[in-house]
Design a protein. Structure first.
Length: 141
């Protein structure tokens, strides 16, 4: 009787221990995969950006598999049409126009906090549209 209880207790303890060890191994493997992925991404980003003479400035989707891209190759800027199986040079761009475009684009781009906009919409629902609320917020800054 006592021996049966002891064996039952040991079997439950063994089951609990095996479950805990499986959870710990799972967490370890997930953490290892996470850090390995971050390391590989950081290595690839650094090696590509330092050694590459090609940089995509901007791309715009025209159709499902068709893009127009502004690419910097060495010291020149080029407009390219990129398709599924082909790539064509549209034109060589002037350095000044591309730089002006980048400067004005950075001034125009605004960062919005989604929580702020959502809270404003909840409180002011029916008063103003979201665009009007964003404009008012930008005018106050």
């Amino acid at each position: 009787m006592i021996l049966d209880r002891y064996v039952l207790c040991l079997s439950r303890l063994g089951a609990v221990w095996s479950m805990i060890s499986l959870i710990l191994i799972f967490v370890f493997v997930v953490a290892l995969a996470y850090y390995a992925t971050k390391f590989v991404a950081k290595y690839q980003t650094n090696s590509i950006s330092q050694k590459s003479n090609i940089k995509v400035i901007e791309s715009f989707r025209i159709a499902n598999n068709k893009f127009i891209a502004i690419v910097k190759i060495c010291d020149g800027y080029y407009a390219l049409s990129v398709g599924k199986d082909e790539m064509h040079l549209i034109d060589k761009l002037d350095f000044d126009k591309v730089k002006d475009f980048q400067n004005t684009d950075s001034k125009v781009s605004k960062k919005f906090d989604f929580k702020e906009i959502l809270s404003q919409v909840r409180h002011d629902s029916g008063k103003d549209s979201v665009e009007e609320q964003i404009e008012k917020k930008d005018q106050t800054k």
